[in-house]
Design a protein around this ligand. Structure first.
Ligand SMILES: Cc1cc2nc3c(=O)[nH]c(=O)nc-3n(C[C@H](O)[C@H](O)[C@H](O)COP(=O)(O)OP(=O)(O)OC[C@H]3O[C@@H](n4cnc5c(N)ncnc54)[C@H](O)[C@@H]3O)c2cc1C
Length: 207
């Protein structure tokens, strides 16, 4: 599936922030003025969004195509593996793609800790062990990000008031993707197990 999006990239004190404003039909070329379009889209939002758009250099209002990809079956081949968007390109709607990429780096580093990198079989085993639990987790996150994109940007007009009431006035989102969701608890358990294994590798006498 293919969609296209308007986003602003605002340079603040802490670096760049991205704000996705809208989705478009990628089959129709966008020829309008991006900054004026973003200004109109943000006009009815609460501060500071309109002010952020006004303060954004027009060159940083961008419009580009995002493609949703099906999960790939294998990330690793030989001594190489994939992490981040290369392994599981994620739509921005869950605001988690960079988070998953960072997790990948952490889990990969921990799996390779103590492995003799000249030992092909050991490296292969570490890469397989790295990707096996990451694939189902990241596939669910990518699917969830896609689903949120549908809910946020593609809901039929008659359903939007009900959607807004559900998202604005109930704990629905917090329950589904918040810190009480099973997915996050499972990740915390995975972190604990990984740290336990890492300690055993780095400090065998500490066990
Ligand atoms: C508008 C928008 C908003 C987002 N908001 C959030 C958010 O709020 N929270 C969040 O967690 N995620 C967010 N994301 C997703 C996040 O940006 C990505 O998931 C994340 O950047 C992926 O990191 P990565 O390192 O895998 O890939 P990238 O950040 O794409 O890094 C890949 C790098 O490789 C370089 N590269 C490519 N080809 C080559 C080559 N042949 N040789 C050398 N270098 C190469 C590229 O230039 C790039 O610098 C957002 C994404 C978008 C587009």
């Amino acid at each position: 599936m293919q969609g296209s999006w308007t986003a602003i990239r605002h340079k603040g004190r802490d670096g760049f922030q991205w704000w996705v404003l809208s989705a478009h039909d990628a089959r129709q070329e966008f020829t309008g003025d991006r900054h004026a379009t973003a200004t109109a889209m943000g006009a009815d939002f609460a501060a500071p969004l309109p002010q952020l758009i006004a303060a954004t250099d027009p060159e940083n209002v961008q419009h580009w195509v995002l493609r949703d990809r099906k999960p790939i079956k294998q990330w690793s081949k030989g001594r190489a593996t994939l992490v981040g968007d290369a392994a599981h390109a994620t739509s921005p709607c869950a605001a988690y793609g960079a988070g998953i990429a960072t997790e990948d780096g952490y889990f990969l580093g921990r799996r390779l800790a103590g492995v003799d990198l000249s030992d092909y079989i050991a490296v292969r085993a570490a890469l397989d062990a790295f990707e096996a639990p990451r694939k189902p987790h990241t596939a669910r996150q990518v699917q969830q990000a896609w689903m949120l994109g549908q809910v946020f940007h593609h809901a039929p007009a008659p359903l939007r008031p009900a959607r807004d009431a559900l998202l604005d006035r109930t704990p629905f989102l917090q329950k589904v993707i918040g810190d009480s969701s099973g997915e996050i608890l499972a990740q915390l358990t995975a972190l604990d197990e990984t740290e336990h294994r890492f300690t055993a590798v780095r400090m065998p006498n500490a066990q």
